[in-house]
Design a protein around this ligand. Structure first.
Ligand code: ZN
Length: 159
């Protein structure tokens, strides 16, 4: 009897070990620091005329993730139903937040773009820095000539 219990325990331990090495559970995704840094080069090669490129990292319940690269100023943005969390990977930029959107135009439901953001405050961001921008808050990424910024964005849906 004692032998039998020991055998069951052994099988359970073996099963647990197998499940640890199995494929990631649904929705689990990870990126190493070096994979994220590599986006500086791969996205630089795909920039639009506005000197920006981005790539989706996945859509999940309540949020989605992308990585973006800029070598020039972005437009002013307002997301009425999403907060932005920026996690800077390489380079540097200034993010103007608050104030008001200039020449605001609705481009999609709950999404406004403008030529710039007027007023507000300016936050300088560098690698490792994190910036949270609540929904409905105007923001614009400013990148000086000769500079670049590569950053992870977590877009969080808010009711
Ligand atoms: Zn944004």
């Amino acid at each position: 009897m004692r032998y039998r219990i020991a055998r069951v325990v052994c099988l359970a331990v073996a099963a647990a070990a197998i499940s640890v090495s199995a494929a990631d559970p649904p929705g689990v995704k990870g990126w190493t620091a070096s994979e994220l840094k590599d986006f500086e080069k791969t996205l630089a090669a795909k920039m639009s005329a506005q000197k920006v490129a981005s790539q989706s990292l996945g859509s999940f319940e309540g949020h989605n993730m992308l990585v973006a690269h800029r070598e020039g100023n972005g437009q002013g943005e307002v997301h009425e139903r999403q907060a932005d969390v920026f996690i800077v990977q390489t380079g540097e930029a200034v993010v103007r937040v608050g104030g008001e959107l200039v020449d605001a135009k609705q481009v999609r439901p709950n999404e406004l773009l403008g030529s710039a953001v007027k007023g507000g405050v300016e936050k300088k961001v560098r690698p490792g820095d994190v910036l949270h921008i609540p929904a409905k808050t105007p923001h614009q990424m400013l990148v000086q000539s000769g500079q670049q910024v590569t950053y992870l964005v977590v877009k969080v849906d808010v009711p």
